[in-house]
Design a protein around this ligand. Structure first.
Ligand code: 13P
Length: 252
């Protein structure tokens, strides 16, 4: 069965690159397009306006942020509000990345509030979930991911989740060079879709894009992206190099 969902490949630069390197990277990827996917760049906040200028007139490219606050303006030193991102032409925001969960202690409840703030300001959330190695080895990966989704999506109506994107990123595969085997990833993506269907019976689950993240490279992208329930990728390390990132885009 062919997929009806249009693929999305998102570049999560994390805290990398200086400004001129960022400019060259985006220009090179944009100039090599178009691609058979939507392409999102999630640079550090400071570079968002500049990256926006470079992609501006090219359709199919989107600005994303790596995080946002759950608060709406006010005395929250160091935070960036969803309203500010929308106002700066950002269309997507990565939420609940495992690095935010483990290094900055973000809980599912907190991520739930960020999701609500993002949706209220018309941002498309890219909600990350995934188990760590110990949880995978003790066969608790489905339970862990199911619980993350249930808590992060709690109280949000299907209507508000129309544009939701989910990224399955097994923590043991992030930045390690270890990638989930296509059958392992497909199994989890199908599980995530079935959970969504359980939370919100109806068309939401079949229309939601579920990205895979964790050591995606040009060499393994095709076999992952051809799986039925894998609708794109959230790419870390390989998104910092134009050849590697375009290699992944060409794998589609
Ligand atoms: P790597 O592609 O470097 O494993 O990172 C994945 C990731 O965390 C994307 O959000």
């Amino acid at each position: 069965m062919s997929k009806q969902r249009f693929p999305l490949i998102a570049a999560n630069w994390k805290m990398n690159l200086l400004r001129t390197e960022a400019e060259q990277l985006v220009a090179s990827i944009v100039n090599n397009g178009p691609y058979n996917a939507e392409v999102a760049f999630a640079p550090p906040f400071l570079y968002i306006p500049r990256v926006g200028e470079i992609i501006e007139s090219n359709s199919g490219f989107f600005l994303a942020a790596q995080n946002c606050s759950n608060h709406n303006f006010g005395a929250y030193t160091g935070e960036v509000a969803a309203a500010m991102l929308s106002d700066c032409k950002v269309s997507m925001v990565i939420l609940g990345h495992s690095e935010r969960r483990s290094i900055f202690n973000e809980s599912d409840e907190w991520i739930n509030k960020k999701l609500i703030a993002a949706i209220d300001h018309e941002l498309i959330p890219i909600l990350c979930c995934g188990e760590d190695l110990e949880q995978r080895n003790s066969n608790r990966h489905r339970e862990v991911v199911g619980q993350q989704l249930e808590r992060c999506l709690s109280g949000i109506s299907a209507d508000k989740l129309q544009k939701l994107v989910i990224a399955y990123e097994p923590v043991w595969a992030i930045g390690t060079g270890l990638t989930a085997r296509p059958e392992q990833a497909q199994e989890m993506h199908a599980f995530i879709r079935s959970k969504l269907e359980r939370f919100h019976p109806g068309p939401l689950a079949s229309g939601t894009r579920i990205l895979y993240g964790g050591s995606v490279k040009p060499q393994n992208a095709a076999e992952l992206l051809e799986c039925n329930d894998i609708d794109g990728a959230l790419v870390g390390g390989a998104s910092l190099n134009a050849d590697d990132f375009t290699g992944i885009l060409r794998a589609l």
